[in-house]
Ligand binder design. Structure first.
Ligand code: DX5
Ligand code: ZN
Length: 225
């Protein structure tokens, strides 16, 4: 039997880690005026990941100018200490790593109690099944498709099975969780990633190292059509 081809347009979240910080205002304006859906903001502490990026003060300044959803990805130890501060800085989605918490369920409910959407990220080595029991508390499941810490790395193909498994778990639970893929997303693999079940694509290097970032965002957006 012939099936209708579904239109699975994904949300696009440019990662500002790859933006040119010497012209950050212009980069934010480019995203504002593009077909991007969210701003993806990577916070790194040099402990959970081997890199240090930026924190709440930069995010708060960016928020003054940005006109789209702020998707804040915390790659820091003890993220539960800073939930209120990231809320104040303008986070709409606040994502913590599964690998970073003894009481992830509590952290997710605290994020939501502060009025944000709760995100949970898993590193490549973490099986999706580890989060199955708390999936109802997860608004956004961020499946890392690289080892976190740096932009411009190569997408790990093991991610495809994880996306399909995440989709099964979410569907079986009847949860409304969005699946976000972060790391090594390109114009070449976007169609397959969306086909496996991704709802949100993060893209840093692919967008900001391209000759025409707004056009690249548009092409990523069209990948799911
Ligand atoms: C890496 C970050 C990513 C990074 C993605 O730890 O979580 O958001 O910016 O960059 P690309 O798209 O270049 O792999
Ligand atoms: Zn990220």
């Amino acid at each position: 039997m012939l099936r209708h081809k579904h239109c699975n347009m994904a949300l696009i979240a440019p990662s500002m880690l790859s933006a040119d910080f010497m012209k950050l205002g212009a980069e934010i304006e480019m995203v504002n005026n593009s077909e991007a859906d969210w701003f993806h903001l990577d916070v790194m502490d040099g402990r959970f990941v081997p890199n240090i990026s930026y924190g709440m003060s930069i995010i708060a300044q960016m928020k003054k100018m940005a006109r789209k959803t702020f998707d804040v990805h915390l790659m820091i130890q003890e993220p539960e200490k800073y939930l209120q501060e990231f809320k104040n800085a303008g986070a709409d989605y606040l994502t913590v790593h599964y690998e970073n918490g003894y009481h992830i369920h509590r952290t997710l409910t605290s994020i939501k109690a502060l009025g944000m959407k709760a995100g949970l990220a898993i590193n490549p080595h973490t099986p999706v099944d580890m989060v199955a029991d708390i999936i109802h508390e997860v608004d956004l499941l961020l499946v890392m498709s690289i080892n976190p810490g740096f932009g411009g790395q190569k997408f790990l193909p093991l991610t495809y099975n994880k996306i399909r498994r995440a989709k099964e778990i979410i569907t079986q639970a009847g949860a409304g969780t969005l699946i976000e893929i972060d790391g090594g997303v390109t114009l070449d693999n976007a169609v397959d990633i969306i086909g496996a079940g991704a709802d949100v694509l993060v893209a840093g290097n692919t967008v900001f190292a391209s000759a025409d970032p707004a056009e690249t965002i548009k092409r990523l957006k069209q990948a799911g059509k």
